[in-house]
Design a protein around this ligand. Structure first.
Ligand code: NAD
Length: 474
């Protein structure tokens, strides 16, 4: 076991000792060994961070979009240059496999690159014609200090998704990463300083949700909030934001449907299903975890998925569950007396290196009752349920039979049917035949999956308020 380090908060461009001198342990879920310690922040640390952001914000906001964009470009460069270190830090507390880490670090840099350019073209308002003698225009202005609370499943990536547009629009940020996975966000703040981001514009306060997160959400100096995580915490923060009358973006859970029709390219559809199950061990808010298959090909598709899933290797193709609580939660679903017998998987690893860590066997349940807990609740692990459907109308009804609505996928040889369903499925994004969802494509929920949009042009304007200025010239 390597020696552990302590990571302080990052406030006003430097390390900051936690006010209470308290520390939290982290864990390597691949081995269950103790890792580095992080500062256990609370209200006093949040106060310091918000004060630093408040002092710094005006000067940053007054820069031209081009000048802010130049700093964001340098942050992207430094993320790319620092990829090995970021991957090591992220791996130490998540156990993620290399391919997944590369993807996430690359995407993290892309957020900064994208918003660095986009803010120059779309960060400005427009002129409103009202006749001679009047000059009326709109301008996008930052909120001021933005609070960003992120979870443990895609730590750096989810932080960058919110930070890049918020900073591009001229806000100052106080970020509160998950207490299980804070170190990469601290590293990002250090890199951002090196890239020329002024002190106080990006602060990171670490600690638990009820201590540091709640203090940030309630702080009167925070004028806007962005949250990614569970529905329960999202609901709580929505209450806080409503009481304080500050806007909030909520990216919550899902039980995403993936529809496969008999006329689909089954090779590609099966690949997409298996990739979704393995990616981050299913700990992805948009993961396709409800496989709806046309009856005539249902058993064939399930057989092909199971054959591919059984080839997945722990520690190579997929990582462990990231927290002990999540591991217990997923195993709880698998051992629930009401759960049917899975076609494959169904428990932890009991021998080999994977038995040391929080690994769960990729699990498939076939022909699950649509009303069953497994078919309705977000498991957030490598667990797939399948449901057969009769026809297009039945498929649509099943797809929408959920409290969630983040992402859906349709696979069909009939593109018109794919697009028809895309119009009718209640979800923030629908991918037809593997259509790509990238940094450019707005991302966010319908129903209990949340509100507001991250990614794409839409997110840029989420982090700005529109002001109208009108002047009589004579
Ligand atoms: P969580 O919602 O408790 O934590 C997410 C973030 O919110 C963390 O930074 C946490 O410290 C913070 N937080 C917690 N309580 C808070 C409070 N009272 N005030 C302010 N901030 C607070 O999520 P979790 O415990 O990490 O995971 C629980 C479940 O959430 C998972 O099983 C999964 O279903 C879901 N989840 C969803 C996503 C997603 O991307 N949508 C990510 C992680 C977890």
């Amino acid at each position: 076991m390597t020696a552990t380090a302590r990571h302080q908060h990052w406030i006003d461009g430097e390390d900051a000792e936690p006010a209470d001198r308290a520390w939290l342990p982290t864990l390597d879920p691949a081995t269950r060994e103790r890792g580095d310690e992080i500062a256990a922040g609370g209200p006093a640390d949040v106060d310091r961070a918000v004060a630093a952001a408040e002092r710094a914000r005006r000067e940053w906001a007054d820069l031209s979009p081009a000048a802010r964009g130049a700093v964001l470009h340098r942050i992207a460069d430094l993320i790319a240059e620092d990829a090995e270190t970021l991957m090591r830090l992220e791996r130490a507390c998540t156990g993620k496999v290399t391919a997944q880490l590369r993807l996430e670090i690359d995407l993290s840099a892309q957020y900064f690159r994208y918003y660095a350019g986009v803010v120059r073209a779309a960060g400005q308002g427009g002129v409103i014609e009202q006749g001679a003698g009047v000059h009326t225009y709109t301008r996008y202005e930052p909120y001021g200090v933005v609070g960003v609370v992120t979870p443990w499943n895609l730590p750096l990536n989810q932080a960058c998704r919110a930070l890049a547009p918020a900073l591009a629009m001229g806000n100052a940020v106080v970020a509160k990463p998950s207490e299980f996975t804070s170190v990469s966000t601290l590293r990002l703040a250090r890199l951002a300083s090196r890239a020329g981001l002024p002190d106080g514009i990006l602060n990171v306060v670490t600690g638990t949700g009820p201590e540091a997160g709640a203090a940030l959400a309630a702080h009167p100096g925070v004028r806007r909030l962005a949250f990614t995580g569970s529905v329960a915490t999202g609901r709580l923060l929505a209450g806080v934001a409503a009481a304080r009358l500050v806007p909030l973006t909520l990216e919550l859970g899902c039980k995403s449907p993936l529809l496969v029709f008999a006329d689909a390219d089954l090779d590609r559809a099966v690949d997409a299903v298996v990739t979704a199950l393995a990616a981050n061990s299913g700990q992805v808010c948009s993961a396709a975890t409800r496989l709806l298959v046309e009856e005539s090909v249902h058993d064939e598709v399930v057989d092909r998925v199971v054959a591919a899933v059984e080839k997945l290797r722990p520690g190579v193709d997929f990582g462990p569950l990231i927290t002990e609580a999540q591991y217990r939660k997923v195993l709880g679903f698998l051992t629930d007396a009401d759960s049917p017998v899975p076609v494959t998987g169904g428990g932890p690893y009991t021998d080999g290196p994977a038995a040391r860590g929080l690994y769960v066997r990729p699990t498939v349940y076939a022909r699950v009752d649509p009303g069953a807990r497994l078919a309705r609740e977000e498991v957030f692990g490598p667990v797939l349920v399948t449901l057969p459907f009769r026809d297009e109308a039945d498929a649509l009804a099943l797809a929408n039979d959920t409290d969630y609505g983040l992402v859906a996928a349709v696979w069909s040889g009939d593109l018109a049917r794919g697009l028809r369903l895309a119009e009718r499925i209640d979800a923030g994004q629908v991918a037809v035949n593997g259509g790509p969802l990238t940094v450019e494509t707005p991302f966010g929920g319908y129903k209990q999956s949340g509100y507001g949009r991250e990614k794409g042009l839409a997110a840029l304007h989420e982090y700005a308020q529109l002001k109208t200025v009108s002047a009589r010239l004579y």
